[in-house]
Write a protein that binds this ligand. Structure first.
Ligand code: GAR
Length: 196
């Protein structure tokens, strides 16, 4: 097998702690089948862009999906990881990367997911409902928001004194930052098999 790795683009919209977990996992040798070569954002203010720069990873900001598709082609991207990317991709992009886009969602799908359910809102809804267990899910992206095949899930306890912020932090620490690098490596390994 040749050594060519799966070329990964991570899309972000905000703080980028999940991007950080991916970059740390790569550095620690827990992501070896793929290489994060590009970070893209719809938000020029995203702190995630600073994290990319600190790790020497190229980044770009886009407003139009046509520009995104051009850049993905130019950089020969094989796989896309949505790490706190809060826009819904159009069928155009999804079809171009079918089976090669994964997303992290901060709840146990099919709970607290779908259009409009993202970021802190997810945890507000979980607390409002009164669930005692929540968690995170990594799934393939298809044309239904949060509706693609589930790759991995991890449960996290909800505590009586939780606020949306404390719950978000626990779900990130105990589930998201572990699951996303693991799933990225697993999917990158599969894509790499097809590449080499
Ligand atoms: C994360 O909790 C991620 O799971 C969530 O946004 C946050 C981004 O944080 N994504 C969604 O809600 C997608 N539906 P980060 O920028 O620090 O990684």
């Amino acid at each position: 097998m040749s050594v060519e790795k799966t070329r990964i683009c991570v899309l972000v919209s905000g703080g980028g702690t999940n991007l950080q977990a991916l970059l740390d996992a790569q550095k620690a040798g827990r992501i070896t089948s793929g290489k994060i070569v590009l970070v893209g954002s719809n938000n020029p203010e995203a702190y995630a862009l600073t994290r990319a720069a600190e790790h020497g990873v190229d980044s770009f900001v886009f407003t139009e999906e046509a520009a995104l598709l051009d850049k993905l082609a130019e950089e020969e991207i094989d796989m896309i990881v949505l790490a706190g990317f809060l826009k819904i991709l159009s069928p155009n992009v999804i079809r171009a990367y079918e089976g090669r886009i994964i997303n992290i969602h901060p709840a146990l799908i099919p709970s607290f997911c779908g259009k409009g359910c993202y970021g802190l809102h997810v945890h507000e809804k979980a607390l409002e409902y009164g669930v005692k267990v929540t968690g995170a899910t990594v799934h393939f992206v298809n044309e239904i928001p949060d509706g693609g095949q589930i790759i991995a899930q991890k449960a996290v306890d909800v505590l009586p004194e939780d606020t949306p912020e404390t719950l978000q932090k626990r779900v990130m620490e105990q589930a998201e930052w572990i699951l996303l690098p693991e799933a990225t490596e697993a999917v990158a390994a599969e894509i790499r098999k097809g590449k080499n």
